[in-house]
Design a protein. Structure first.
Lengths: 132, 447
């Protein structure tokens, strides 16, 4: 009998898979991205629909998110000419919405660029572990 | 009686494990009533059956009413109570009595004013609570902190047996004289639990010693049900993990689970094996339940936490938050609409200094104002409005959530979010920006 909790288990840019969690608030996107952060204003619409006719345990949803960002801050080498970001994908929900595992499938160009770089970084560091 | 209560639900071994094997049978009814009363969502027992919420139909109609008549039985004495009941039966057999008829029967034959029972306990949601404030020699001071002036018994107890019992009845604060030639270890209001009283922790005072008003301590692993004879300290093993503290092991201490207490605490000190330092959190809550007010409940809360933000031993951030949560009263207890206004102030490690020159001092003040409206019907929706002030900025956001259940357990959802900075100072730092996916890592932990 032990209380387990995952307080502070977040490091989305790190290599630990369990650390890739965060609370989807603000723009509500499922991709973690430091881009499109703003000190002006932000508006977002998040939608989802459960896939019908699946048994209860297969609680899969299709989702789509779109956000418009008023003057996003520059982040590293990315220029933030884009103000509109969107993504859609499929997600699996456990215990209503206590745990949501998301798999983004399509997204706006800038997010895609960032994600590819991030995954390459992860692959590289795993390679480092193996080689040493 | 006690065994029958336990046998209904639990084996004697299970009851022992939960530390409730000594509780009297009545506890079952008491706890049922308090489950709604201590949240201020109870209803008057004199309503039409269709006006009750499904919970209150059990808690009030079955449990509170039985407690109320047990109170009357204790007050009148068993012999008198039985004789009145038998006369009432003889008079009304094969006929249909109405609620007023039983009141007349009891008031006429006992010669006592029973409005505290029929007007207050049965027909309203007024709460009953007495508190011992002091004892000097045989002068006992009691304060009525409830809404009802009901008769209540006070007993002197020596070696676990009752030496004397006296009944009183008053409002406000009063000092009464106890019998002079009786020796006792401690005084207790209502030791047999004949009254449907809200809180019993304030019913006790010892004749001598330190902390005379605190009942004996009782440590219990995984405590669930309130033990009214003791000051309960429950504990439970706790384990956690995060990137910097790594594995954490500790204990959770708490004082209340079922039914909720007026003052609740949870303390969870832990040791992080990654940074070899202390981590954990605490939460204190005090619930005020006004009788007739626009608020159903006002909760005063104080919470805090401490976790690491790097692998170095001394790199911990700390946060203390004080809040007042106003739960607005619902027009109809069956309504599924909930409104809350929350004011909070947070004192936290100054994250800017922490990131720049690794100087973790408690130096940042945040103030939040939240309005939350929830409609928990079959297709639920909610509106959340927040404003946050920090010395560098003032920002506000609004969120709307709607869930449409188009099929059993299958839903479509939509959320609108809008946030804007209303004011920024020159020293503003982008840590507090609105983001596409919210905050994460240290920033999420932070606020």
């Amino acid at each position: 009998m032990i209380i387990c909790f995952w307080e502070g288990l977040e490091d989305p840019t790190g290599t630990n898979l369990w650390g890739k969690q965060f609370v989807a608030n603000d723009g509500g996107f499922t991709i973690y991205s430091p881009q499109f952060s703003t000190s002006e204003w932000l508006a977002a619409i998040n939608t989802s629909i459960a896939i019908p006719y699946l048994p209860g345990i297969l609680n899969f949803h299709i989702y789509g998110n779109i956000a418009y960002i008023g003057s996003p801050d520059d982040f590293q080498t990315y220029n933030n000419s884009d103000k509109l970001a969107w993504e859609c994908g499929i997600q699996y929900r456990i215990a209503n919405k206590a745990v949501v595992i998301s798999l983004p499938l399509f997204m706006s160009k800038q997010l895609e660029d960032y994600i590819v770089t991030m995954f390459m970084a992860i692959t590289l560091s795993v390679y480092d572990l193996v080689s040493t | 009686m006690m065994i029958s209560f336990i046998k209904c639900f639990l084996t004697e071994k299970q009851a022992k494990l939960l530390g409730i094997e000594d509780l009297p049978y009545k506890t079952f009814h008491r706890i049922s009533y308090l489950m709604t009363a201590r949240y201020n969502i109870d209803q008057s027992a004199s309503l039409h059956s269709e006006q009750f919420t499904s919970t209150n139909y059990g808690q009030i109609v079955y449990h509170k009413t039985s407690l109320v008549f047990d109170h009357l039985l204790g007050y009148l004495g068993e012999e008198r109570f039985n004789s009145i009941m038998q006369n009432f039966y003889n008079e009304w057999k094969f006929k249909h009595p109405y609620p007023d008829d039983i009141r007349k029967a009891f008031e006429k034959e006992s010669g006592k004013d029973l409005s505290w029972l029929f007007d207050d306990l049965i027909s309203t949601t007024k709460k009953l609570d007495y508190k011992i404030t002091g004892l000097r020699k045989n002068q006992l001071t009691i304060k009525n902190i409830g809404n009802i002036d009901a008769p209540f018994p006070v007993s002197g107890i020596k070696d676990d047996s009752i030496v004397f019992t006296q009944w009183y009845n008053f409002s406000g604060k009063k000092t009464v004289s106890l019998p002079e030639n009786k020796d006792f270890d401690y005084i207790k209001i209502d030791p047999d639990y004949v009254m449907p009283e809200m809180y019993t922790y304030n019913n006790y005072i010892r004749k001598r010693g330190l902390f005379r008003k605190i009942e004996p301590l009782h440590f219990q692993l995984a405590g669930v049900v309130e033990n009214t004879e003791k000051t309960n300290i429950y504990f439970f093993p706790a384990m956690g993990w995060n990137e910097y503290n790594n594995y954490m092991l500790g204990l959770l201490f708490y004082n209340s689970f079922l039914p909720r207490n007026k003052f609740e605490y949870q303390l969870m000190p832990m040791y992080g094996f990654g940074n070899h330092n202390l981590a954990g959190y605490f939460n204190l809550e005090y619930h005020i339940l006004p009788y007739e007010s626009i608020f159903k409940e006002v909760t005063l809360g104080l919470s805090g936490k401490r976790y690491a933000y790097s692998n170095a031993s001394d790199d911990n951030f700390e946060k203390v938050k004080a809040e007042v949560n106003f739960h607005l009263k619902r027009s109809d207890p069956k309504s599924k609409i909930f409104n809350n206004i929350i004011l909070s102030g947070t004192l936290a490690t100054g994250i800017k200094y922490l990131l720049a020159d690794r100087n973790p001092t408690l130096s940042a003040y945040f103030f939040d104002l939240d309005f939350i409206h929830r409609n928990k019907t079959y297709n639920p929706y909610s509106v959340i409005v927040n404003a946050q002030y920090y010395v560098e900025y003032l920002k506000a956001s609004a969120e709307f959530n709607y869930q449409w259940n188009y099929m059993w357990k299958k839903s479509a959802e939509v959320r609108f979010f809008g946030g804007a900075f209303l004011n920024k100072s020159d020293s503003y730092s982008p840590i507090f920006n609105y983001g596409l996916s919210g905050n994460s890592g240290i920033y999420r932990l932070y606020l």
